[in-house]
Design a protein around this ligand. Structure first.
Ligand SMILES: CC(C)(COP(=O)(O)OP(=O)(O)OC[C@H]1O[C@@H](n2cnc3c(N)ncnc32)[C@H](O)[C@@H]1OP(=O)(O)O)[C@@H](O)C(=O)NCCC(=O)NCCS
Length: 169
């Protein structure tokens, strides 16, 4: 497994991840198809500027165009406070192989070696068993439940946080 920066050619992977009702079941339902080129464009620009890290999970380095999912770390304003947030998605045919967890661990290792991110927060839905499993087994601490607005929908989430310099297992 390796992580590479998002590219303009990743629109199809975004559509499969973000416009699919099953993939988005724990995130309030599918997003409209027409916004995806703009979303990829924004993510590529922010990756190039270094403000956000949007990484594609590549299972086999011999096939860099085969993408299993994505893991993203970005600065985010929450209740007037600037926090670092991490999120992830893995396509159905690649799920259950540990790729999500390995991708998240790899990005946290990169963040550990870069002083700007500080404490990193994650907000999986309370019902999202694999995502909460990723948090629990990598060393995140559970801070409690929280309502979070994502793409205009309110989700009931578990609020997890990790200091990758101290807590990463
Ligand atoms: C959540 C998601 C990223 C998990 O990716 P994955 O590659 O299948 O996960 P992994 O194989 O790395 O497994 C992660 C952990 O969850 C556990 N797990 C996996 N599937 C599970 C399931 N259906 N129920 C309970 N636990 C599960 C694994 O055992 C593993 O824990 P372990 O290390 O203690 O064994 C993937 O299911 C997904 O993208 N879902 C749709 C989008 C989404 O919900 N994104 C996350 C928003 S917070």
């Amino acid at each position: 497994m390796l992580l590479r920066d998002v590219e303009y050619g990743d629109v199809d992977a975004y559509v499969r991840m973000r416009c699919d009702p099953v993939m988005m079941a724990e995130l309030g339902g599918p997003l409209p198809r027409e916004g995806m080129e703009a979303k990829v464009h924004r993510d590529v620009q922010r990756a190039a500027a270094g403000t956000d890290w949007t990484k594609m999970i590549v299972p086999d380095e011999a096939e860099p165009n085969v993408v299993a999912g994505t893991v993203t770390l970005w600065p985010h304003d929450a209740d007037g406070e600037r926090i670092s947030e991490i999120g992830w998605m893995v396509l159905p045919e690649f799920q259950g192989r540990g790729l999500g967890k390995q991708g998240v661990r790899t990005l946290l290792e990169l963040a550990r070696d870069d002083s700007r991110w500080g404490l990193i927060h994650a907000f999986p839905a309370t019902t999202n068993a694999p995502s909460n499993g990723i948090c629990r087994t990598l060393g995140f601490r559970l801070l409690g439940e929280q309502d979070v607005t994502f793409a205009g929908r309110v989700l009931r989430t578990n609020h997890w946080a990790i200091d990758p310099r101290a807590d990463l297992i």
